[in-house]
Design a protein around this ligand. Structure first.
Ligand code: ADP
Ligand code: MG
Length: 483
């Protein structure tokens, strides 16, 4: 047993998600990523004296949507608070956030681990706030640059209970959160562009200890993978410290992606005192039950609901269901496809096979896929009715359909002359020809080399120019050989 096995890690995550609203949290400034620096900055964003903030209604709607999806309790009376601190990217000198009255409390996210086990991660709270501007220290060799376009853009902060015990659980949680906010259309979930950010609180304790160890907060991870690396590094660092009888300092650390380590930013003793106080310029926002109900009524189907439907109602494997619900666009396309076909397994296979490969190879999103679901169901029907073979459908018809997305599969099959004859007489003739070609192989087959069956079937398919039904060819060849 290694020393590391004596300990367990305790981890809580704080995620910021940037909302896809048109305007900022407390002003009409446009909130968009990638605009020319410092062009979306009004006097409200700058906090000039005499200006008044107002709350973005859409941001409240998004918070309620997320709260419903995460099974949280949604607060009726929402107050805002000022969190005061001085930094160059914070022109007002304070951030307007929610302190004691977060819009959502409680709730949970169910995660699935690689070994198939499931775990529930409980949420502490979700609150509304605004982002700061962006400082850039690596563009100009002499000066730090500041872009205030981001100042004031709406954020939701999701805080979990310290429920994670491994970095894999944290990774899986982030994957679920990203999937969910995309389904809800409230955030694009792009961690590289900073629209989903995550800080990790990490401590370690002896497995039988009663109290948590001292926690360290790690910031500045720009990918899920790096969150995982930061946690792994930090857990090991903390155990090593305890084992050499050193104390863990309660501090904030930063992640260095170049070598996968963390380094100290500031200690708890130097922690800011933010002097929270109620925001005097904003009235409380009332979120009434009838408003919550109206949002519930327009909630899209969520990945977890779709997963259940795909496995329970359609009998798909968990693997298929997981892949089909991974991206909202795929799930929606599949949902429409199964309105036209009851062959759910074939529908899933087409989605995850030919269609997904085509989309990947051409770097096209499913939303831009030109073939409508009804056409794919027609294609499936042609195969199910025995009119074309599965091989001809994937190798010949599908590629041709990609070039002519509006043509019907039947018309393409006719044009390519791949409709298979269900005429046993004609097929029997091909079988006879194939057998006649290799008389000595028939003897070998009869003396026990049964894998020669493939040779004859292959010959039949060749003679039939791909139009023969392989299943039927197989059967007829077998019958002929065993006569
Ligand atoms: P703070 O007062 O430092 O902000 P909070 O109690 O508000 O701390 O918790 C912030 C985050 O840290 C939450 O996600 C919480 O789950 C997590 N957390 C709290 N205690 C611990 C601990 N001992 N180890 C790891 N994470 C913790
Ligand atoms: Mg806190």
């Amino acid at each position: 047993m290694s020393v590391y096995d004596k300990y367990k890690a305790v981890i809580g995550l704080e995620c910021h998600i940037q909302l896809l609203t048109k305007t900022k949290m407390y002003s009409d400034d446009v909130a968009e990523y990638g605009a020319i620096p410092n062009t979306n900055v009004s006097v409200i964003t700058l906090g000039h004296p005499g200006t008044l903030p107002k709350v973005n209604k859409r941001a409240v709607e998004f918070a309620v949507k997320l709260g419903i999806a995460l099974h949280s309790t949604i607060r009726e009376e929402n107050q805002f608070a000022r969190k005061n601190y001085f930094y160059a990217d914070l022109p007002k000198g304070y951030q307007i956030t929610q302190d004691k009255t977060p819009i959502c409390t409680g709730g949970y996210v169910d995660i699935k681990l690689k070994d198939g086990t499931e775990k529930r991660i409980n949420l502490t709270r979700i609150h509304m706030e605004e982002d700061a501007g962006k400082s850039m220290h690596d563009i100009d060799p002499f000066e730090s640059l500041i872009d205030l376009n981001r100042a004031g853009t709406p954020l939701l902060e999701i805080v979990t209970e310290p429920d994670f015990t491994t970095s894999e659980e944290a990774y899986s949680y982030l994957t679920e959160v990203k999937k969910l906010v995309r389904y809800l259309d409230i955030c694009d979930g792009n961690m590289e562009e900073g629209s989903l950010r995550c800080d990790a609180n990490i401590s370690v304790m002896l497995k039988d200890a009663k109290e948590y160890g001292k926690k360290v907060e790690v910031k500045n991870m720009n990918s899920f993978r790096n969150v995982q690396r930061a946690i792994d590094f930090e857990v090991k660092r903390q155990i090593d410290l305890i084992e050499t009888e050193e104390l863990i300092a309660g501090e904030t650390r930063s992640f260095d992606a170049t070598n996968g380590s963390t380094f100290s930013l500031r200690s708890k003793e130097n922690a800011n005192d933010y002097r929270y106080f109620p925001e005097p310029d904003l009235q409380p926002i009332l979120v009434k039950q009838n408003y919550i109900d109206s949002i519930k009524a327009i909630m899209p189907e969520l990945p977890s609901d779709l997963f259940k439907k795909f496995t329970k109602e359609f009998g798909l494997s968990e693997y298929d269901a997981y892949n089909l619900t991974d991206l909202k666009g795929l799930a929606l396309y599949f949902n429409e496809l199964v309105e036209h076909t009851k062959n759910y397994k074939a529908a899933a296979n087409w989605m995850m096979g030919s269609i997904k490969s085509y989309l990947n190879e051409n770097a096209i999103a499913i939303e831009k896929f030109k073939v409508i679901p009804k056409t794919i169901s027609d294609l499936i029907a042609l195969i199910d009715e025995g009119k074309i073979s599965n091989a001809a459908a994937t190798q010949k018809l599908f590629p041709e359909l990609m070039l002519n997305p509006n043509e019907s599969p039947l018309s393409i099959a006719q044009r390519l002359d791949i409709l298979q004859s269900n005429d046993t007489g004609a097929l029997q003739e091909l079988v006879n020809q194939a057998l006649a070609k290799y008389p000595e192989k028939i003897t070998e087959y009869k003396s026990g080399k049964v894998n020669l069956l493939g040779l004859f079937v292959g010959e039949v398919m060749k003679l039939g120019k791909g139009k023969a039904d392989p299943k039927m060819a197989n059967q007829l060849v077998k019958e002929a050989l065993e006569k």
